[in-house]
Design a protein around this ligand. Structure first.
Ligand code: PRT
Ligand code: ZN
Length: 226
Protein backbone atom coordinates (compact mmCIF):
# COMPACT_ATOMS: atom_id res chain seq x y z
CA UNK A 1 0.00 0.00 0.00
CA UNK A 2 0.96 3.61 -0.47
CA UNK A 3 1.49 4.00 3.26
CA UNK A 4 4.50 1.64 3.20
CA UNK A 5 5.71 2.92 -0.14
CA UNK A 6 8.31 5.68 -0.16
CA UNK A 7 6.87 7.03 -3.42
CA UNK A 8 4.02 9.53 -3.27
CA UNK A 9 0.96 7.88 -4.82
CA UNK A 10 -1.59 10.08 -6.60
CA UNK A 11 -4.94 8.70 -7.80
CA UNK A 12 -6.31 10.16 -11.03
CA UNK A 13 -9.30 9.22 -13.17
CA UNK A 14 -8.15 6.71 -15.75
CA UNK A 15 -10.34 7.85 -18.60
CA UNK A 16 -13.01 10.48 -18.38
CA UNK A 17 -13.69 14.16 -18.09
CA UNK A 18 -11.08 14.81 -15.38
CA UNK A 19 -8.22 12.66 -16.72
CA UNK A 20 -6.64 14.96 -19.23
CA UNK A 21 -6.62 18.07 -17.08
CA UNK A 22 -5.40 16.24 -13.96
CA UNK A 23 -2.41 14.85 -15.87
CA UNK A 24 -1.83 18.16 -17.63
CA UNK A 25 -1.70 19.96 -14.29
CA UNK A 26 0.81 17.49 -12.84
CA UNK A 27 2.96 17.79 -15.96
CA UNK A 28 2.79 21.59 -15.74
CA UNK A 29 4.10 21.22 -12.16
CA UNK A 30 7.18 19.54 -13.60
CA UNK A 31 6.29 15.90 -12.94
CA UNK A 32 7.08 13.74 -15.94
CA UNK A 33 5.01 10.68 -16.82
CA UNK A 34 4.81 8.26 -19.68
CA UNK A 35 1.18 7.23 -20.02
CA UNK A 36 1.16 5.32 -23.29
CA UNK A 37 0.28 2.02 -21.66
CA UNK A 38 -3.07 0.86 -20.34
CA UNK A 39 -1.46 0.31 -16.95
CA UNK A 40 -2.99 0.88 -13.54
CA UNK A 41 0.23 2.35 -12.16
CA UNK A 42 2.47 4.89 -13.91
CA UNK A 43 5.85 5.85 -12.43
CA UNK A 44 7.16 9.36 -12.79
CA UNK A 45 10.48 9.52 -14.62
CA UNK A 46 11.89 12.42 -12.62
CA UNK A 47 10.26 12.29 -9.15
CA UNK A 48 9.44 9.60 -6.56
CA UNK A 49 5.78 9.83 -7.55
CA UNK A 50 3.39 7.16 -8.88
CA UNK A 51 0.05 7.70 -10.55
CA UNK A 52 -2.75 5.25 -9.84
CA UNK A 53 -5.28 5.40 -12.66
CA UNK A 54 -8.75 4.28 -11.59
CA UNK A 55 -12.45 5.09 -11.91
CA UNK A 56 -13.33 8.44 -10.39
CA UNK A 57 -15.82 6.82 -8.02
CA UNK A 58 -13.01 4.90 -6.31
CA UNK A 59 -10.78 7.91 -5.65
CA UNK A 60 -12.36 9.42 -2.50
CA UNK A 61 -12.42 6.04 -0.72
CA UNK A 62 -8.83 5.26 -1.66
CA UNK A 63 -7.75 8.63 -0.19
CA UNK A 64 -9.94 8.34 2.94
CA UNK A 65 -8.61 4.82 3.59
CA UNK A 66 -5.02 6.01 3.09
CA UNK A 67 -4.46 3.54 0.25
CA UNK A 68 -3.18 6.47 -1.82
CA UNK A 69 -1.70 9.77 -0.64
CA UNK A 70 -3.42 12.27 -2.95
CA UNK A 71 -6.33 12.21 -5.36
CA UNK A 72 -7.87 14.37 -8.08
CA UNK A 73 -11.65 14.09 -7.93
CA UNK A 74 -14.90 15.96 -8.57
CA UNK A 75 -16.49 17.45 -5.46
CA UNK A 76 -19.76 15.75 -6.42
CA UNK A 77 -18.19 12.29 -6.16
CA UNK A 78 -16.22 13.33 -3.07
CA UNK A 79 -19.27 14.58 -1.18
CA UNK A 80 -21.44 11.64 -2.26
CA UNK A 81 -18.81 9.22 -0.97
CA UNK A 82 -18.42 11.19 2.26
CA UNK A 83 -22.18 11.17 2.94
CA UNK A 84 -22.43 7.47 2.15
CA UNK A 85 -19.53 6.64 4.45
CA UNK A 86 -20.88 8.78 7.29
CA UNK A 87 -24.27 7.03 6.91
CA UNK A 88 -22.66 3.60 7.02
CA UNK A 89 -20.15 4.35 9.80
CA UNK A 90 -16.99 4.25 7.70
CA UNK A 91 -14.17 6.78 8.12
CA UNK A 92 -14.86 9.69 5.78
CA UNK A 93 -12.01 12.08 6.64
CA UNK A 94 -9.70 13.68 4.11
CA UNK A 95 -7.75 16.92 3.71
CA UNK A 96 -8.91 19.30 1.00
CA UNK A 97 -5.74 20.75 -0.53
CA UNK A 98 -6.86 22.86 -3.47
CA UNK A 99 -9.98 23.51 -5.52
CA UNK A 100 -8.99 23.13 -9.18
CA UNK A 101 -10.11 25.17 -12.14
CA UNK A 102 -11.66 22.38 -14.15
CA UNK A 103 -14.49 19.84 -13.96
CA UNK A 104 -17.07 22.53 -13.23
CA UNK A 105 -20.65 21.29 -13.27
CA UNK A 106 -23.80 21.37 -11.17
CA UNK A 107 -26.05 18.67 -9.80
CA UNK A 108 -29.60 19.65 -10.66
CA UNK A 109 -33.14 18.41 -10.45
CA UNK A 110 -34.87 18.41 -13.84
CA UNK A 111 -38.36 17.46 -14.93
CA UNK A 112 -40.01 16.78 -18.31
CA UNK A 113 -40.78 20.06 -20.11
CA UNK A 114 -44.50 19.34 -20.22
CA UNK A 115 -44.58 18.78 -16.45
CA UNK A 116 -46.58 21.37 -14.48
CA UNK A 117 -43.78 21.70 -11.89
CA UNK A 118 -44.01 24.93 -9.88
CA UNK A 119 -41.71 24.42 -6.91
CA UNK A 120 -39.83 21.80 -4.95
CA UNK A 121 -42.90 20.72 -2.93
CA UNK A 122 -44.34 19.33 -6.17
CA UNK A 123 -41.76 16.56 -5.78
CA UNK A 124 -43.44 15.21 -2.64
CA UNK A 125 -44.38 11.59 -3.23
CA UNK A 126 -42.55 11.51 -6.56
CA UNK A 127 -39.64 9.34 -7.68
CA UNK A 128 -36.35 10.91 -8.77
CA UNK A 129 -33.71 9.01 -10.76
CA UNK A 130 -30.10 9.79 -9.84
CA UNK A 131 -26.55 8.52 -9.54
CA UNK A 132 -26.18 10.61 -6.34
CA UNK A 133 -28.76 9.27 -3.85
CA UNK A 134 -26.96 10.62 -0.74
CA UNK A 135 -26.52 14.16 -2.08
CA UNK A 136 -30.12 14.14 -3.29
CA UNK A 137 -31.68 12.76 -0.10
CA UNK A 138 -29.53 15.10 1.99
CA UNK A 139 -30.90 18.06 0.03
CA UNK A 140 -34.52 16.83 0.08
CA UNK A 141 -34.30 16.31 3.84
CA UNK A 142 -33.01 19.87 4.34
CA UNK A 143 -35.90 21.16 2.23
CA UNK A 144 -38.49 18.98 3.98
CA UNK A 145 -39.42 17.06 0.85
CA UNK A 146 -40.27 13.36 0.84
CA UNK A 147 -39.47 11.76 -2.49
CA UNK A 148 -38.11 8.35 -3.36
CA UNK A 149 -35.05 7.68 -5.49
CA UNK A 150 -34.25 5.32 -8.34
CA UNK A 151 -30.49 4.82 -8.42
CA UNK A 152 -29.03 4.51 -11.91
CA UNK A 153 -25.29 4.70 -12.64
CA UNK A 154 -25.91 5.75 -16.24
CA UNK A 155 -28.61 6.97 -18.65
CA UNK A 156 -30.32 8.92 -15.87
CA UNK A 157 -31.71 11.38 -18.44
CA UNK A 158 -33.88 8.73 -20.10
CA UNK A 159 -35.54 7.59 -16.84
CA UNK A 160 -38.65 9.82 -17.08
CA UNK A 161 -39.30 8.84 -20.70
CA UNK A 162 -38.81 5.18 -19.78
CA UNK A 163 -41.38 5.54 -17.01
CA UNK A 164 -38.83 4.79 -14.28
CA UNK A 165 -39.08 8.15 -12.51
CA UNK A 166 -40.94 11.47 -12.50
CA UNK A 167 -37.83 13.62 -12.36
CA UNK A 168 -34.06 13.30 -12.46
CA UNK A 169 -31.17 14.65 -10.44
CA UNK A 170 -28.06 14.65 -12.62
CA UNK A 171 -24.91 16.58 -13.49
CA UNK A 172 -25.32 19.43 -15.93
CA UNK A 173 -22.68 21.53 -17.66
CA UNK A 174 -23.99 23.01 -20.93
CA UNK A 175 -27.58 21.77 -20.52
CA UNK A 176 -27.52 20.12 -23.97
CA UNK A 177 -28.25 16.65 -22.56
CA UNK A 178 -31.33 17.88 -20.70
CA UNK A 179 -32.50 19.73 -23.80
CA UNK A 180 -32.02 16.68 -26.02
CA UNK A 181 -34.13 14.64 -23.63
CA UNK A 182 -37.00 17.08 -23.27
CA UNK A 183 -36.10 17.98 -19.69
CA UNK A 184 -35.81 21.34 -17.97
CA UNK A 185 -33.48 22.21 -15.14
CA UNK A 186 -35.32 23.34 -12.00
CA UNK A 187 -33.17 23.31 -8.87
CA UNK A 188 -29.41 23.33 -8.55
CA UNK A 189 -28.67 21.23 -5.46
CA UNK A 190 -24.84 21.17 -5.56
CA UNK A 191 -22.16 22.97 -7.53
CA UNK A 192 -18.92 21.16 -8.22
CA UNK A 193 -15.41 21.39 -9.54
CA UNK A 194 -12.36 19.18 -9.31
CA UNK A 195 -10.38 19.11 -6.04
CA UNK A 196 -6.99 17.85 -4.98
CA UNK A 197 -7.34 15.92 -1.73
CA UNK A 198 -4.93 14.23 0.68
CA UNK A 199 -5.35 11.29 3.00
CA UNK A 200 -6.25 12.16 6.60
CA UNK A 201 -3.20 10.70 8.37
CA UNK A 202 0.14 12.48 8.24
CA UNK A 203 2.49 11.64 5.40
CA UNK A 204 6.09 10.58 5.93
CA UNK A 205 8.43 13.61 6.04
CA UNK A 206 9.79 12.74 2.58
CA UNK A 207 6.31 12.55 1.06
CA UNK A 208 5.17 15.69 2.86
CA UNK A 209 8.18 17.51 1.41
CA UNK A 210 7.05 16.46 -2.08
CA UNK A 211 3.54 17.79 -1.43
CA UNK A 212 4.99 21.04 -0.03
CA UNK A 213 6.94 21.41 -3.25
CA UNK A 214 3.97 20.50 -5.46
CA UNK A 215 1.37 22.90 -4.02
CA UNK A 216 3.11 26.24 -4.73
CA UNK A 217 3.83 25.02 -8.27
CA UNK A 218 0.20 24.10 -8.69
CA UNK A 219 -0.87 27.53 -7.41
CA UNK A 220 1.53 29.13 -9.86
CA UNK A 221 0.12 27.13 -12.79
CA UNK A 222 -3.47 27.97 -11.81
CA UNK A 223 -2.65 31.66 -11.35
CA UNK A 224 -0.94 31.81 -14.72
CA UNK A 225 -4.12 30.51 -16.38
CA UNK A 226 -6.32 33.27 -14.96
O1 PRT B 1 -15.38 5.76 -15.73
P1 PRT B 1 -15.49 6.69 -14.58
O2 PRT B 1 -16.40 6.20 -13.48
O3 PRT B 1 -14.13 7.11 -14.07
O4 PRT B 1 -16.12 8.04 -15.19
P2 PRT B 1 -17.61 8.61 -15.14
O5 PRT B 1 -18.28 8.27 -16.43
O6 PRT B 1 -18.29 8.30 -13.86
O7 PRT B 1 -17.32 10.19 -15.05
P3 PRT B 1 -17.08 11.31 -16.16
O8 PRT B 1 -15.74 11.15 -16.77
O9 PRT B 1 -18.26 11.46 -17.06
O10 PRT B 1 -17.10 12.59 -15.20
C1 PRT B 1 -16.11 12.75 -14.22
C2 PRT B 1 -16.41 14.01 -13.44
O11 PRT B 1 -16.43 15.14 -14.33
C3 PRT B 1 -17.77 14.09 -12.77
O12 PRT B 1 -17.85 13.37 -11.57
C4 PRT B 1 -17.89 15.60 -12.55
O13 PRT B 1 -17.18 15.97 -11.39
C5 PRT B 1 -17.22 16.19 -13.77
N1 PRT B 1 -18.15 16.70 -14.80
C6 PRT B 1 -18.14 17.97 -15.31
C7 PRT B 1 -19.15 16.04 -15.42
C8 PRT B 1 -19.75 16.94 -16.31
N2 PRT B 1 -19.10 18.12 -16.22
C9 PRT B 1 -20.86 16.48 -17.13
N3 PRT B 1 -21.40 17.27 -17.90
N4 PRT B 1 -19.57 14.76 -15.33
C10 PRT B 1 -20.58 14.35 -16.10
N5 PRT B 1 -21.24 15.14 -16.98
C11 PRT B 1 -22.33 14.49 -17.80
C12 PRT B 1 -23.68 14.44 -17.10
O14 PRT B 1 -23.77 13.31 -16.24
C13 PRT B 1 -24.66 14.37 -18.26
O15 PRT B 1 -24.75 13.06 -18.75
O16 PRT B 1 -22.55 15.17 -19.00
C14 PRT B 1 -23.94 15.22 -19.30
C15 PRT B 1 -24.44 16.63 -19.19
O17 PRT B 1 -23.61 17.51 -19.88
P4 PRT B 1 -24.24 18.74 -20.69
O18 PRT B 1 -23.08 19.52 -21.18
O19 PRT B 1 -25.06 18.14 -21.80
O20 PRT B 1 -25.09 19.52 -19.72
ZN1 ZN C 1 -17.59 7.38 -12.30
Amino acid sequence: AATQNQRLTIAVQKSGRLSEQSIKLLKACGIKFNLHEARLLAHSQNQPIDLLRVRDDDIPGLVMDGVVDLGFVGENVLEETRLERVATGINADYKALRPLEFGQCRLSIAVPKEDSYQCLTDLNGKRIATTYPYLLQNYLKQQGIQASTAVLTGSVEVAPRAGLADAICDLVSTGATLEANGLQEKDVIFTSQAQLIQRPEALSPAKQALVDQLLPRLDGVQLAKE
